[in-house]
Structures are given as structure tokens and as C-alpha cells.
Design a protein around this ligand. Structure first.
Ligand code: PMP
Length: 442
């Protein structure tokens, strides 16, 4: 009776007031997210958005047709749940495809698992392998989610930087000029190290790790019995005849590596959010446990269409008609277009060997955005905000890809995405040219 009385006479808002803390401890220090802030700024102010990494051109026709067929073809079961760890046609062709690339027989049921984008694949890896007290080595600059994901799993990120070596003379810098110091890298490995995250081709620099660099990492992984989470979402986006080498193919590495991939990057369809992990069953079995206790199941029609896309690419592998041949060709031209635009105005680009990102030096534009002494916010972040608000051009500050302690070490660079239509790149060029003219006129 009292309960009925209180429900009738006291408003719910008073009864429901809570005073205990609601946030789980594992979320501490993980609440900030650069994309939430910069995507909002780009939506509000940008005329040209070269910020977040997605193409503004359509995916290939064959992929769209596969999705249309999956949606409206005769098989209405494609609208229902499929196998939890990956739609059978997709895991089958991924096993075939990556099996061929690695020179190894892969079992679709145990060596491949489909995820909601590479993002979920990464989350599953950290949850599956990282315990309280474990250390995870992250190479800076890095795709920003690695750090909070390690922390949410209870682990401690340990950062090791790629160090830039200035090129000789007036040559533009290349992403290859950013290198690990072997002794510094070795010093980060200890008995507490559980895993290293490798991202080649690397977002944001576009660095494609050479065989020698990968061997260095692989030798340390084997020596210290460490896992490798290998984020290879940009595996097809390599330029100038460079080769993407899969660390899992190096001696001793298959057994300790999880490869992470993304149909979003592979087929220019980031909104589909289809990703995958490939690796030995002894690792994937734990990734499946995380998946079955969280997401459990990914969209069937999108998986069916991606499977069709891979079947096509398997047949055309290495041939001129292959999308995996055509896409990097097209993107290399776009890269060169943006390099030229930036170089012409003095925003010195670092030429990327891969990915669809390019980092540029804003030092010559510092006079337009005066420094605020003692500000906690890195200079490049204030610069990028000023640029989108005053020039309508959106980019991402490089400091967003560094840990808190190192954010101010590289605060005069911004990252552009060049996976854009010619009209978008032309509009960016117009903004930069106009800006340059305004700068030079008294
Ligand atoms: N890894 C890297 C390095 C990325 O750049 C991205 C997307 N920007 C992802 C993973 C996430 O990919 P997806 O959209 O497939 O979740």
C-alpha cells in the first residue's frame, strides 16, 4: 500500500534521484573523442571537408549491384540472421583470399571472423587479450582508438614514436622518413608486454613499413613472446609500386598475429561497417568469445555483398580490371593533386606511401593563427579549428594521433584526407590559393 501511495503522490523525478556514481571505473579517461568534436565542427563550418577519412565518391558499381541483388533478389533469408561469426560465403572467400596472400591453408570457420567494421575487430582483440597490468605497445602517431581501447580492457599503453628525419636539401619529406629507433623500440618490450599494435599502411602518416622494419618488430615479438594486432585496413592503398607486406607472413608471426581488415576501406564503402579478423584459431577463439558476448551478429546483406565483391576480386587478382589495382591508381593521382596544391602555397606535405591521408606542415601559416601562450590545447588543434571556421577547410590536427604526454611534440602538422572527387580537391585548392594571396598582399 505504501508503494502505491508513494507512486501516486511523489513525482518520479524525486524518487529516482541517484547520488551514487554511475560511471564504471574502466571508462575513466576515455570520454574524450577527437572525432565527435571535429566532425561537428566540419558539419557546422566546412565548405570543403578533408577531415574525417571517407571517400566522397561512390563505391564501385559491382559492389552496389551486389547489395541491390542481396536486398531484392530471390533469397529472402538474406534479411535474417546469418552465422554469428561471419556469413558463410564471406568467411569462405576471405579464407581463400588471405590464404592465397599468406601462402597458407585457412579454415573459414576458425581462422576468420567478421565484425562490425575494423573498429569492432580492434575492440574484440583488446578485450580478448589484455588483462589488468598488461602493457600494449603503440607506435605514435596512431589511429586514436587504440589508446582508450587498451585502457578499457585494463591495460597500460606504452608509446614509441616514429621519429622524423629531415630530408636532404629542398626535397619534400616522405612518410618513409618517419622511422622507429630500433634501440628505443626494444627498450619498450618487457615481461609485462602482452601485445604490440602495428598499423601499416599507417593512419595518419601514410607510412608503409618496410620489410626490414617489420622484421625488427617481428623479432622482438618472438623474443618476448608478444602478440601482434596488425591493423591492415589500408592494405590495398599503397603507391609508387610499394608493396604492402603482411607481418603474419614473417617467420614465427602467424601464430601470434591477428590481422584486422575493413570492407569500408577496401571497397570505398565506410558506411557499411563490415570488417574482419584473420588469424590462428588459438587467438580467434577468444575473439569469438568477446563477439558472442557483445555484438554477436553483423548485417547479413552487407556481408553477402562484400562476399560477392571479394569473389570478383579473387578472379581478377593482379589484373588491370581489379578494383584493388584500380583504386590505388586513382588515389595516387588524387594524392599528387593535393601534394601539388599544398606545396604551391607552402603548406609542406609529407608524401604518403599509402592510405588516403596526407600530413602537411603548417609552420608557414602560423602568423595567421597566433599562438596562445600557456594554452593546454596543442597549437595544431587550435589551427585546425581556426581554419575550418575562417576558411571553411576541414582537416584533423596531428596531435590527435599522439598520447597526452606527447601531444605537444608534433603540434605543427594537420592531416588531410584525399579520397575525394576532383571537384572537392579543386575547391580545397581554391581556398588555399586565395589564402596564400591574402597572406602575401599587404
Ligand atoms: N583502423 C584504422 C587505422 C582506421 O583508419 C579506421 C577507420 N578510420 C579503422 C581501423 C576503422 O575501420 P572501420 O570503419 O572498418 O571500422
Amino acid at each position: 500500500i505504501r508503494d502505491i501511495f508513494s507512486l501516486t503522490f511523489f513525482p518520479l523525478s524525486l524518487q529516482a534521484k541517484m547520488s551514487r556514481p554511475v560511471q564504471a571505473r574502466r571508462l575513466e579517461g576515455t570520454d574524450k573523442n577527437i572525432w565527435v568534436e571535429f566532425v561537428k565542427l566540419a558539419v557546422t563550418y566546412s565548405k570543403v571537408n578533408l577531415g574525417q577519412g571517407f571517400p566522397d565518391f561512390p563505391p564501385p558499381d559491382f559492389l552496389k549491384e551486389s547489395l541491390e541483388k542481396a536486398l531484392s533478389g530471390g533469397n529472402h533469408m538474406l534479411h535474417q540472421y546469418t552465422r554469428a561469426f561471419g556469413h558463410p560465403p564471406l568467411v569462405k572467400i576471405l579464407a581463400q583470399f588471405f590464404g592465397k596472400l599468406l601462402g597458407q591453408d585457412l579454415d573459414p570457420m576458425t581462422n576468420v571472423m567478421v565484425t562490425v567494421g575494423a573498429y569492432q575487430a580492434l575492440f574484440c582483440c583488446f578485450q580478448a587479450f589484455v588483462d589488468e597490468g598488461d602493457e600494449v605497445i603503440i607506435i605514435e602517431p596512431f589511429f586514436d582508438c587504440y589508446e582508450p581501447m587498451v585502457k578499457m580492457a585494463g591495460g597500460t599503453p606504452v608509446f614509441v614514436p616514429l621519429r622524423p628525419k629531415p630530408p636532404k636539401g629542398s626535397k619534400l619529406m616522405s612518410s618513409a622518413d618517419w622511422q622507429l629507433d630500433p634501440a628505443e623500440l626494444a627498450s619498450k618490450f618487457s615481461e609485462r608486454t602482452k601485445a604490440i599494435v602495428l598499423n601499416s599502411p599507417n593512419n595518419p602518416l601514410g607510412k608503409v613499413f618496410s620489410r626490414g622494419e617489420l622484421e625488427l618488430i617481428a623479432d622482438l615479438c618472438v623474443k618476448h613472446d608478444v602478440l601482434c594486432i596488425s591493423d591492415e585496413v589500408y592494405e590495398w592503398l599503397v603507391y609508387d609500386g610499394k608493396e604492402h607486406i603482411r607481418i603474419a607472413s614473417l617467420p614465427g608471426m602467424w601464430d601470434r598475429t591477428v590481422m584486422v581488415g575493413s570492407a569500408g576501406k577496401t571497397f570505398s564503402a565506410t558506411g557499411w561497417k563490415v570488417g574482419w579478423t584473420v588469424g590462428p584459431n588459438r587467438l580467434l577463439q577468444h575473439i569469438r568469445t568477446v563477439h558472442q558476448n557483445s555484438v554477436y551478429h553483423c548485417a547479413t546483406v552487407a556481408q553477402e555483398a562484400v562476399a560477392q565483391g571479394f569473389q570478383r576480386e579473387f578472379k581478377l587478382y593482379g589484373k588491370p580490371d581489379s578494383y584493388f589495382v584500380q583504386l590505388p591508381k586513382m588515389l595516387q593521382q588524387k594524392r599528387d593533386r593535393l601534394v601539388q596544391s599544398l606545396d604551391a602555397v607552402g603548406m609542406k606535405p609529407i608524401i604518403p606511401e599509402g592510405t588516403y591521408f596526407l600530413v602537411a606542415d603548417i609552420s608557414q601559416f602560423k602568423s595567421d593563427v597566433p599562438d596562445v601562450p600557456d594554452s593546454d590545447e596543442p597549437y595544431d588543434s587550435r589551427f585546425a579549428k581556426w581554419m575550418v571556421k575562417n576558411k571553411g577547410l576541414a582537416a584533423i590536427p596531428l596531435s590527435a594521433f599522439y598520447s597526452e604526454a606527447h601531444k605537444n611534440n608534433h603540434d605543427h602538422f594537420i592531416r588531410f584526407c584525399f579520397a575525394k572527387e576532383e571537384a572537392t580537391l579543386k575547391a580545397a585548392d581554391d581556398i588555399l590559393q586565395k589564402w596564400k594571396r591574402e597572406k602575401s598582399s599587404p
